[in-house]
Unconditional design. Structure first.
Length: 380
């Protein structure tokens, strides 16, 4: 196991009715800007609960942080926050709202254009923030990462700010999510775990078992959620899987990949596909192309997650990849570029972008432009 330092300062407040605790979680005297996405929080009661919990507080609202949050929208939020001298942020929504709010937190204390911070990649000088999670998927509620887009140039880059001080998770707030949003959230969570797990065999029994436990949970609950999304315990398991899948726990001391994500980000930037939907397409292709490199871990994964214990090595690896793709298809998601009308022009552009940046992703740092092309061609 490699050396590592681990710290996660986010306080999780989990369970029914926990939005009511906002008053005790946000320090007194703070001028709070509450950030939202669209109008779903008005329909499911979250907005009313937040307003009730913040009654009497000095607040300002910012609406309209879109899926794949854009710098164009976030500049408006930063300008409003500076005008109103905001010194605390509360993100109410899914990963996109939380991601966008992490950049707002940095932008409020930055004199230049916040896109400069995105291109720099990080800023630890931020206004404090908390979150009320409504869509499990990204794990942004308990990490310091974000992904920010720029519509005018069709770019999308990771950004690292500070961790939320607290995050409220009430599974009841997921009951009315659209089925596709749930499907994409399950896929996103699954691939987050795979990016930290599907690398090198024999690095850590503990991390492997944690990761496999989350993967097994997702495989088990996904069909049940499709049948009964109003089951509190099912949605609680989904929420916690998403949070635990990307809060640093399962990454301790092990190699990580993230090539699938970086390719997926480009598909989102170029075509506007939901993040989880891009991952469902790219991961099986990544596994097919890198099956020799990842062979030992694929065998372990096939046995422990999918129960594949017989057959020749190559056959077991092939079955593990097929089961993975089948899982995404069972969620109702596309697993091939052709299903989304994506072809050679996009593959060439992603290869060009990787080459221009000198990109080398993956645990072996061998996913460059040419390898990204091979992976995308395996996703046709």
């Amino acid at each position: 196991m490699e050396n590592f330092i681990f710290q996660n300062p986010t306080k999780l407040v989990f369970g029914k009715g926990t939005i009511a605790r906002l008053g005790e979680l946000i320090p007194a005297g703070k001028r709070v800007m509450v950030t939202f996405g669209g109008g779903s929080v008005r329909r499911n009661g979250v907005y009313d609960e937040v307003c009730a919990a913040l009654a009497g507080r000095d607040t300002v609202e910012f609406w309209g942080i879109e899926p794949n949050p854009s710098i164009e929208t976030l500049r408006e939020a930063i300008a409003l926050g500076k005008e109103r001298e905001v010194d605390f942020l509360l993100a109410v929504g899914g990963g996109s709202v939380i991601d966008g709010t992490k950049l707002i937190a940095a932008g409020l204390l930055y004199d230049g254009d916040a896109w400069e911070l995105v291109r720099k990649g990080a800023s630890q000088r931020t206004v404090p923030l908390g979150t009320v999670l409504t869509i499990p998927a990204t794990g942004s509620e308990m990490n310091n990462g974000a992904v920010i887009s720029r519509r005018e140039t069709k770019e999308k880059y990771p950004f690292y700010g500070n961790y939320p001080l607290f995050s409220i998770l009430d599974p009841e707030k997921t009951f009315t999510l659209p089925q596709r949003q749930v499907a994409c959230g399950l896929a996103d969570t699954f691939v987050h775990v795979m990016e930290q797990y599907m690398t090198v065999a024999g690095q850590s029994r503990v991390m492997d078992r944690w990761a496999e436990g989350i993967l097994q949970t997702l495989v088990e609950i996904a069909p049940e959620i499709r049948e009964n999304q109003h089951d509190y315990d099912l949605m609680a398991d989904f929420m916690l899987s998403a949070t635990m899948g990307l809060n640093g726990f399962i990454a301790m001391g092990v190699a990580q990949d993230w090539a699938t994500h970086m390719i997926g980000h480009e598909l989102t930037a170029l075509h506007g596909l939901t993040h989880g939907a891009t991952l469902a397409i790219v991961l099986p292709g990544t596994l097919r192309v890198l099956s020799a490199q990842k062979g030992d871990k694929l065998l372990q994964y096939g046995e422990r997650v999918w129960g594949i214990t017989t057959g020749e090595r190559d056959e077991r690896i092939r079955l593990a990849i097929e089961r993975t793709e089948g899982f995404f298809r069972s969620l109702g998601l596309s697993t091939r570029l052709s299903e989304e009308g994506i072809g050679e022009e996009t593959i060439a552009e992603i290869e060009r972008r990787f080459d221009t940046r000198g990109a080398r992703y993956g645990e072996a740092r061998n996913v460059d432009g040419a390898m990204a092309r091979r992976i995308l061609e395996a996703c046709r």
